[in-house]
Design a protein around this ligand. Structure first.
Ligand SMILES: [Zn+2]
Ligand SMILES: [Zn+2]
Length: 252
């Protein structure tokens, strides 16, 4: 659907179904992702972070130790921390059958990362789920997010450029080395990526092992540059992909 029709359609949907908070379902007075209370729990990524992977902290030369060892992507960024109301909303989106949240969360990503997106050229490519998990969850959260971002940012979306060919166990609870072994060989890239810039889209960047492997495969298939953009950055490895262990809202 062309963007202007999509916007018109969404405006109608907003009248019929007023927007509600992505974390607590309170009806919102206008467009937005969170109510006032929950918005206070949404933390922006600290401005001082690794230039390559967005890991918060001040590093020598602006790049963290892990990225200095080499990383397959050009740059990864997330506008928010995987905490509080946003972690709760992402958990609802992924595990509580709330695919409808793809719209407000995708819009949030498109607007919060507008400046970064402008510096990440190329088509948007969701980090794909394996078919078995897709059947279990009935939707692919990264694809839904990428579709919303593509629509609102006016960017091409390529669903066929990267395919997951191997079902991998969940990354939660695995060490970083185990995560890398776990995702090795999980992806295949299309020959269409040759010479193209790619922006990988996902909901949360944790250890980055999955995105690193996807970026590696894309580069091997000839992609020029690979960028990674996610809604949230989880920076404690032990939190796994996060919200399952931390679905509780934080104290306010
Ligand atoms: Zn709320
Ligand atoms: Zn880094």
């Amino acid at each position: 659907m062309p963007t202007r029709w999509r916007e018109a359609f969404d405006a109608v949907v907003d009248v019929v179904l007023p927007p509600s908070c992505a974390a607590c379902d309170v009806v919102l007075p206008g467009p937005g992702a969170f109510c006032e209370d929950c918005a206070q729990e949404v933390l922006e990524l600290p401005t001082v972070h690794c230039a390559r992977c967005a890991e918060p902290g001040a590093f020598e030369g602006g790049v963290c130790g892990r990225c200095r060892l080499g990383v397959s992507w050009a740059r990864a960024f997330a506008p928010f921390e995987h905490e509080g109301a946003l972690a709760k909303a992402i958990h609802r989106f992924k595990y509580e059958d709330r695919s409808d949240l793809s719209r407000s969360l995708g819009l949030l990503l498109a607007s919060a990362a507008k400046g970064e997106l402008a510096q990440m050229p190329g088509a948007l490519v969701p980090l794909p789920l394996h078919e078995a998990r897709f059947r279990e969850r009935k939707f692919d959260q990264a694809a839904l997010l990428a579709r919303t971002v593509a629509t609102y940012a006016g960017r091409p979306l390529e669903l066929g450029w990267l395919t997951r060919v191997r079902h991998t166990p969940r990354q939660v609870g695995l060490s970083e080395a185990q995560r890398e072994v776990n995702v090795a060989g999980a992806f295949v890239a299309s020959a269409a990526v040759q010479g193209q810039d790619v922006v990988l889209i996902d909901d949360v960047l944790t250890s980055g092992a999955t995105a690193r492997e996807a970026a590696r495969v894309l580069r091997e298939a000839g992609a020029a540059r690979v960028f990674v953009l996610t809604l949230a950055r989880a920076h404690n490895e032990l939190h796994g992909d996060g919200a399952e262990q931390r679905a509780r809202p934080r104290d306010r």
